[in-house]
Write a protein that binds this ligand. Sequence first.
Ligand code: UDX
Length: 446
Amino acid sequence: MKIAVAGTGYVGLVTGTCLAEMGQTVVCFDVQKEKIVALQQGRSPIYEQGLEPLIQKNMNAGRLSFTADEKEAYGEADIVFLAVGTPEKEDGSADLTYMEAAVFSIARTMTKDIVLVTKSTVPVGTNERIRALMERWKPPFLRTSVISNPEFLREGSAVHDWFYGDRIVIGASEADKEAAELLSRLYEPLGIPIVRTDLASAEMIKYASNAFLATKISFINEIANICEKVGATIDDVAYGIGLDKRIGSHFLQAGIGYGGSCFPKDTKALVQIAGNVQHKFELLEAVIQVNNRQQALLVEKAKQHMSLRGKNVALLGLAFKPNTDDVREAASLVIANRLLAEGAHVVAYDPIATDNAKNHLPSTIRYASSVTEAIRGADAAFIVTEWDVIKQTPLSVFREKMRTPIIFDGRNCYSLDEAKQANVTYVSIGRAEVVAEGCEVKKGKY
Ligand code: UDX
């Protein structure tokens, strides 16, 4: 069986590489030639733990190759995984231009019956549209099957998630039952439960999963905001509710909101999908609103303590979460821009994502090459991403290096006891504030 993958972004590259690791022969296609050139040399265009060595291993074994030639990719393929980007349009809906271009390119180069497997997150109904487009564009004597097979990979642990995911979703119409069987057999060696359903339900499972997880995050963030006002501690509250198996302990980490390439985009897209069928998804609209507010919260908190004008501020962490170089929709971007607007001088540090962040941030921001360099002489530090190298920096180091040891921690990296012991002013999420002893900095007085 020959497998092709359309698109070498996170999803496509992980899909192609992991299928090759499972023993399949895979060719990955991308229209961006420079990406393909890098990949042909065994270099991954994205930072993803464990991916590059796996790419090299499977290339050396002759199972994995990369091409920018559509004929070479699709001409002999039995199965094509569609993993092209579906970016957000101005109105929040998904832009399917790349998807349709990929379908067209497959239709005009295919030479045998083909199974199209959609990995990209696409609005409900898109797979039916892909089928209709294929019928219009493909050679009449060839047959295509269309399967919806959404992915649930997390950036930073995508390779692990491929092999140890919670479920595999395969959606197909009755007419494509055989193709669905074929795909199930392909995944069988992973031993992961397979959910077989129709196309629309498979598409919906992906959106509903991401929307639910985003809801959990906004919910715990709201609880955290209330905790601060009633004198409760979010860590204990989250632990206490998470032990209830019906709630579960995952995704109850309060902070500065969700970012990344999926949750912000998919929640907005689902509001749109609902709106298209005259359903106002009020709950999800509120989830999005809460998240927008939460991303700006840390600066609002800081403004209650001090004027930021002319202050040196260390911004620790730029990636939307640790172990990735991705800054898409990261809270760091919102926070950095607000700090600049308040007149602060910002020195940012991230172990991996700095280059990506530079493309999204104003040039007035300076970049440090370590935590210590960023906080040296700073008037305030903002912890935005909970990288190990950041959260393992003892608070005593902040106390020692900063001009005034005030820390606004958006990820609750330290305990209040640690803050008291180090004698720093420590403002986190959903917990009491710790004010450094002997520090003239008091609420609103600085
Ligand atoms: C997510 C989904 O988890 C994955 O299944 C889907 O395929 C793609 O979207 P990802 O965006 O890589 O994956 O990151 P994830 O680890 O889910 O975190 C998303 C965001 O939520 C991050 O900004 C993270 O900091 C935030 N988050 C997560 C919280 O604020 N609190 C939590 O408890 C969990």
